[in-house]
Design a protein around this ligand. Sequence first.
Ligand code: ADP
Ligand code: AMP
Ligand code: ZN
Length: 218
Amino acid sequence: MSVNNRKYIVLLGVPGAGKGTQAQLLQDKLGLPQISTGDIFRYNLKNETELGLLAKSYMDKGDLVPDEVTIRMVEDRLQQDDCANGAIMDGFPRNLVQAEAFEKMAAPYGGVSVTPLVSIEDDVAIERITGRRTCRTCGAVYHIKFNPPKQADICDNDGGPLYQRDDDKAETVRNRLYVYYKQTAPLVGYYFAKALLVELDGARPISQVHEELLSLLR
Ligand code: ADP
Ligand code: AMP
Ligand code: ZN
């Protein structure tokens, strides 16, 4: 009997750790799509879908969107053709209920492969989040100081306008860190116990973190 094994990589780390940045760099190299639940919510919000409007009230406060909605959204996304070899999970799972649901989704394909934890200090996270700029059209991520676009406020990829996410403003950022420690941090122990955790120093430049991730994943 042949088993269709897939590679499911779960990136862990506080908001601002660099998960999205690294996932975007890894996609092409590994031939796996980045699945960012935050990006999917923002896409729905932009298009004013029912899902987007529901998510908005939680995102504005920096709280988690309810599990039922989030889990169903990821189940649907993973059934698309581009996920036939697995996926790079960015921002999901984010609590133990989601982790257990994801375990069930991944089980038929060999389970979760590895969960790299990108570690940084909270003050670094705050500096990164408040300086983050995102492309309105393609979702590419920049930083005004650490990873600026070639031309101010314009995306290198597609010329789209860069904007600051509402939830990247200082008031919301503290609650997002609080939610991380309360709800998401337990996943570190959860995956450590399953021998899937690898910790990386995320305080280094983007390219160095990328090289380490690549050598770890290949
Ligand atoms: P996350 O997806 O974990 O919330 P992002 O990938 O969006 O984090 O990164 C947060 C911000 O920090 C972005 O503005 C990004 O350009 C910047 N950034 C990401 N990785 C690094 C790094 N290694 N050094 C400096 N800045 C970084
Ligand atoms: P992110 O883009 O990962 O920073 O996520 C932005 C916001 O989207 C979060 O603050 C949550 O409100 C929501 N969100 C993203 N991923 C999840 C998830 N896995 N579960 C619940 N809410 C999420
Ligand atoms: Zn763009």
